[in-house]
Ligand binder design. Structure first.
Ligand code: ZN
Length: 188
């Protein structure tokens, strides 16, 4: 409630959904990317590759090893706006091939986790729940704390309460000690 910051709405290039600007992420893609068609390999490509089709073979090789921008220049890219759902579907201009990703997972893995809007929104969501639970817990403990510590019954927590509580605890333990050691040291 404290932060109802107003963000202007932006549109996801791929699915057309409108979301606040802080939930729309920009991504660099090939300039030819329209949001609807995407260059990818399918079962037929694999069959073609196995049967020795050169084009299919090249496509598979690229899929496995190369960044998709190999044959385009670095200049033929553009920035588009995507929602978190579409972000990973739209191919990045420098997305690594599958094998490259698997071999260099220790680089691409953390990079993915740190830049992924899906992960980001998930973490924020989980963190929100965590903070909510923590506040509930603190309130509950505070409630218990007042019940325990409001010793003089003035409905308020102050130094006096703590002193009284401390004395009670101290006397409880000294009583316990007395019973055990059969020593008499009634004090204060
Ligand atoms: Zn979208």
């Amino acid at each position: 409630m404290a932060s109802v910051a107003k963000y202007s709405n932006r549109t996801c290039t791929r699915c057309g959904i409108k979301k606040p600007a802080n939930r729309i992420y920009s991504k660099t893609v090939e300039k030819s990317y329209t949001g609807k068609s995407r260059r990818s390999i399918n079962v037929m490509t694999w069959i073609g590759g196995v049967l020795g089709n050169k084009g299919a073979g090249r496509a598979i090789q690229q899929y496995l090893w190369q960044s998709s921008n190999r044959k385009y220049g670095g200049s033929t890219t553009k920035q588009i706006n995507l929602c978190s759902k579409c972000f990973h579907i739209a191919p990045s201009h420098n997305r690594p091939g599958i094998l490259k990703f698997l071999i260099f997972w220790f680089y691409y893995g953390p990079k993915f986790l740190l830049t992924s809007p899906v992960v980001r929104e998930l973490v924020i969501y989980i963190f929100g729940i965590f903070v909510w639970l923590l506040i509930k817990l603190l309130k509950f403990l505070g409630f218990l704390g007042i019940k325990i510590l409001d010793q003089d019954g003035d409905g308020d927590l102050d130094k006096k309460d703590l002193e009284i509580a401390y004395q009670r605890v101290a006397s409880f333990f000294s009583r316990f000690k007395k019973k055990k050691n059969k020593k008499t040291s009634e004090d204060t």
